[in-house]
Design a protein around this ligand. Structure first.
Ligand code: NAP
Length: 307
């Protein structure tokens, strides 16, 4: 492994963000532009610039750019479609992650990777800890777990942050779908027996920067798993009801069971994550999911009214 110090330029970390046009990548880019991250120099790349599945391109990118840290936001995230396209899901979520990890090992870079609550089967009743047994029940969850294992096999230094129910003012997500349906329909039926925690991707992006700022990357070795979501828990039905209410939509939300909702992929019934470890390690104060939802909707309103 190369000496990590070789890569650090003028004391600033060079941070490669892959999959930068997705929800989390866009939130990181917004933060980087806001000027709060002068300790980093960012390189933002999406699939058109760097396909993480292309081993030769990724190796070449690492050889020609001095990367201290990679934050991998690239992923195959179409949970239902993955059931019909397992090869595509595994190509990105397992093999692509493995390629990034192998480059990090060769070049002495640190890897921050995002995984999911869907590595758990959802039969639990108390928040899942990092040490709890995984047992994914769908292709997406299986492919994301395989990505975690690929990092372990490569022996990369870094961390895996498992998160859940991400939404953002960027990209496609449940919040934006509900707002659209709220304007088009009088009623919408939403599953009321799956429990989790909605998480604003902006909160996760801020957490990643906080971790970067408070970690001695050059002297941190090994691979650790952390759980991060916003605080609290709810069902998709409660989440949808909050979106309609805060979004000023008159659309009525009807609770239905998982069995009544046609979906290709089975989802965990309970996937709340325990965040004790990340809060204690990094001194985090995490916002409540409904406070964050309010802030995201305000941001969306502001953007809509000025464009
Ligand atoms: N969304 C959720 O609810 C959720 C929940 C738990 C965990 N997570 C995890 O959180 C992370 C961020 O999720 P997100 O919601 O920000 O995802 P996202 O919005 O779907 O963004 C993923 C990005 O990765 C890009 N990408 C796909 N294949 C790629 C490849 N081979 N090389 C490079 N880039 C590629 C996508 O491009 P295209 O759009 O062109 O495909 C997209 O820009 C992911 O690891 C995801 O698994 C998400």
């Amino acid at each position: 492994m190369l000496e990590k110090t070789k890569n650090t330029r003028n004391g600033r970390l060079t941070v490669l963000v892959t999959g930068c046009d997705g929800q989390l990548g866009s939130e990181l880019r917004k933060l980087a532009k806001s000027g709060d991250c002068s300790f980093c120099r960012f390189l933002f790349v999406d699939v058109s610039v760097l396909d993480i599945c292309n081993r030769a391109d990724v190796h070449n990118y690492f050889k020609t750019n001095h990367i201290d840290v990679i934050v991998n936001c690239a992923a195959y995230t179409a949970v239902d479609r993955a059931e019909d396209e397992p090869e595509s899901a595994f190509a990105v979520n397992r093999d692509g992650v493995g390629i990034l990890a192998e480059c990090c090992v060769e070049e002495g870079a640190y890897m921050i990777h995002i995984s999911t609550d869907y590595v758990f089967d959802g039969t639990g009743h108390v928040p899942y800890r990092e040490t709890d047994a995984v047992n994914p029940i769908g292709v997406y969850g299986l492919s994301k777990r395989a990505g975690e294992e690929a990092m372990m096999e490569k022996g990369v230094d870094g961390l895996i942050i498992r998160t859940a129910w991400l939404y953002s003012s960027y990209g496609k997500n449940f919040v934006k779908t509900m707002l659209r349906l709220g304007s088009e329909k009088e009623q919408v039926a939403v599953v009321a027996d799956q429990h989790g925690t909605p998480t604003w991707a902006a909160d996760l992006a801020r957490t990643i920067l906080h971790i970067l700022q408070n970690t001695d990357i050059k002297n941190t070795h090994g691979l650790e798993i952390f759980h991060y979501t916003d605080e609290g828990e709810c069902t998709w039905y409660e989440f949808a009801s909050a979106i309609m209410q805060m979004g000023g939509k008159k659309c009525q939300v009807m609770p239905i069971s998982t069995d009544e909702y046609p979906a290709s992929c089975r989802r965990p019934a309970y996937s709340v994550l325990d965040k004790t470890k990340i809060k204690e390690r990094f001194g985090l104060e995490i916002p409540l999911w409904d406070d964050s939802l309010q802030r995201m909707l305000a941001e969306l309103d502001k953007r809509d009214s000025c464009c």
